[in-house]
Design a binder for this molecule. Structure first.
Ligand code: 13P
Ligand code: SF4
Length: 301
C-alpha cells in the first residue's frame, strides 16, 4: 500500500483531520483535508469535529489549534518545526509598554508563542489584521513581533499610532529590494505579488500585497499571465496546480522556510501511527491566549 493510501486509512481509524499550510511540501498538501493561510487554518481548527488534528505547519499554528480546541489531540509531524519570528517578542517589553502607554492595545501576529498571545489583547493574521485593528477602540497599538507587517499596517491605518517591535521573518527579509528590481526589469509584463512580511522597499514595488490566500486569490482572478512571487516558494505548488497556463517567477533561491520543509509525508504517516508529537499548552496560558484568538475570530467575521 502506498503512503497516501496508508494515511487515508489512518485518518479514518484515528478520526483525524489533516490541516496544512501552503508552504509545506506538495505531497503533504495533497493528503491534507484543508490547505490554507494561518487565518483559515485557525478557523478550521476551531470548527473541526474530529478527535485528532494533524497540523502540517509550524509550532505556533499547532499551538493555536490546541488553544482553540483543548479537548482535541493536536499532533505535529515534526515537533521541531518552529517559526523563529514567533520568539521575537519579549514579555518584559509588553509589561513596560503597558505601564508607559495609555489607551493601548497589544496586538500580536499569530506567528507568536502561546505565552506572547496570553499577554496580548488580540491576535491577528496577515489576512485579517487591518480589519481587526480598525475595529479596536484604542488609539495606540503595540504590534508584535513582525516589524515589517506592523509598518505596513500603520501605513493602512493612519488614525492609529503604532509602536513597533524588532521581529522579522528571515525568509521574507531575504527577498531583497535590489533583486526584486532586477526581476521587474527582466519581466516587465509581470505582476509583483508580495506577502506583508516583506520589507517596505519591496512592498512599495508590489502590485498586490496580501496573505498567502490573498496571493492565490489574486492570481485566480487575474487576466495577467506572469507573476513575480515575493513569499515562500511552497505557495508555487498551489499556484501552478490551479493555473497551469500562468508563469511564476521567484526572486532568488532563498525563498525557503526550512522549518516548514521539516514536514514530510513520511512524518505525517508516522505521527498518525504512533500518536507521538502531541501539543500541550499550560492551562493558565491557554485560557488567556484563547481570549486573544477568540477575539480575532470574532472581529475578523
Ligand atoms: P499566511 O497567514 O499569509 O499564510 O502567512 C503565514 C506565514 O508564516 C507567512 O510567513
Ligand atoms: Fe515563520 Fe517566516 Fe517560516 Fe512564515 S516563512 S513560518 S514567518 S520563518
Amino acid at each position: 500500500m502506498d503512503i497516501e493510501a496508508r494515511i487515508k486509512e489512518l485518518k479514518k481509524e484515528k478520526d483525524a483531520v489533516i490541516l496544512a499550510h501552503y508552504y509545506v511540501d506538495g505531497r503533504v498538501q495533497e493528503v491534507a483535508d484543508y490547505v490554507g493561510d494561518s487565518y483559515y487554518l485557525s478557523k478550521m481548527a476551531s470548527e473541526a469535529a474530529n478527535k485528532v488534528i494533524v497540523f502540517c505547519g509550524v509550532l505556533f499554528m499547532a499551538e493555536s489549534a490546541k488553544i482553540l480546541s483543548p479537548e482535541k489531540t493536536v499532533l505535529m509531524p515534526d515537533i521541531d518545526a518552529d517559526c523563529p519570528m514567533a520568539h521575537m517578542a519579549r514579555l518584559e517589553e509588553i509589561v513596560k509598554i503597558r505601564e508607559e502607554c495609555d489607551d493601548l492595545a497589544v496586538v500580536c501576529y499569530i506567528n507568536s508563542t502561546a505565552e506572547i498571545k496570553a499577554n496580548s489583547d488580540v491576535c491577528v493574521t496577515s489576512s485579517n489584521a487591518e480589519k481587526v485593528i480598525r475595529k479596536l477602540p484604542q488609539k495606540n497599538i503595540y504590534f508584535i513581533p513582525d516589524s515589517n507587517l506592523g509598518a505596513y499596517l500603520s501605513s493602512l491605518l493612519p488614525e492609529k499610532n503604532f509602536i513597533l517591535n524588532h521581529g522579522y521573518c528571515y525568509v521574507h527579509n531575504n527577498i531583497v529590494a535590489k533583486e526584486v528590481e532586477d526581476k521587474k526589469h527582466m519581466y516587465p509584463y509581470s505582476k509583483l505579488l508580495a506577502h506583508p512580511e516583506c520589507t517596505k522597499r519591496v512592498l512599495d514595488m508590489a502590485d498586490y500585497v496580501g496573505s498567502t490566500s490573498g496571493i492565490i486569490e489574486y492570481v485566480a482572478n487575474s487576466k495577467d499571465k506572469s507573476f513575480i512571487i515575493c513569499t515562500e516558494e511552497g505557495i508555487l505548488y498551489k499556484l501552478k496546480k490551479d493555473n497551469p497556463d500562468k508563469e511564476f517567477i521567484l526572486v532568488n533561491n532563498n525563498q525557503v522556510c526550512s522549518d516548514m520543509k521539516k514536514v514530510t509525508i513520511e512524518k505525517v504517516a508516522k505521527c498518525l501511527e504512533t500518536m507521538e508529537n502531541q501539543i500541550t499548552v499550560d492551562e493558565e496560558v491557554r485560557q488567556k491566549a484563547f481570549v486573544a484568538l477568540e477575539k480575532m475570530l470574532e472581529l475578523a467575521k
